[in-house]
Design a protein around this ligand. Structure first.
Ligand code: ZN
Length: 163
């Protein structure tokens, strides 16, 4: 326990390996694919526990805001009884868009970890750089490229089958 004590005390998961949480997000992305949605999945983690889950459901819910991250933030907010989510980390299989980056800042997340880069609409530096912007009064720590190849293969396979 002496070597892991620091990890156990880390509420936001900053010093924990991101892989297992991203795997969980990938499972949710598969659920989106099974529903005919662009396969993106997201989980919110606090104190080493999943407190929110979401997968892209824009078509199913007729809701342009029903991105995986938004739904994961909503479920975490409900679960924790708070519209702000300090001490939480969000893991998402694709670089977040502008809308989701905005919601993440409003939520006061500690950390955002994403998988595949999105050079078309990504707001963590892929296309825009919103998450890491000193103009905001809060900026979560951001890490990209977690299980990136698995996350992007899932997306590529999905779009290949659509064509
Ligand atoms: Zn989004």
């Amino acid at each position: 326990m002496s070597t892991t004590g620091g990890l156990m005390n880390e509420s936001s998961g900053l010093s924990r390996p991101a892989g297992p949480w991203m795997r969980h997000a990938l499972e949710l992305a598969h659920r989106a694919a099974a529903e005919g949605e662009v396969p993106v999945g997201a989980v919110v983690v606090k104190d080493g526990e999943v407190v929110g889950e979401g997968w892209n459901r824009v078509i199913g819910l007729n809701d342009p805001s029903a991105h995986a991250e938004i739904l994961a933030l909503r479920s975490a907010g409900e679960r924790l009884g708070n519209y702000r989510l300090p001490g939480c980390s969000l893991y998402v299989t694709l670089e977040p868009c502008m809308m989701c980056a905005g919601a993440m800042i409003h939520a006061r997340l500690d950390r955002v970890v994403y998988g595949a880069d999105d050079p078309k609409t990504g707001a963590a530096g892929g296309k825009f750089d919103l998450l890491d912007n000193p103009a905001h009064n809060h900026a979560p720590a951001v890490e990209g490229g977690c299980l990136a190849s698995e996350c992007s293969v899932l997306l590529k396979d999905f779009f290949r089958q659509r064509r």
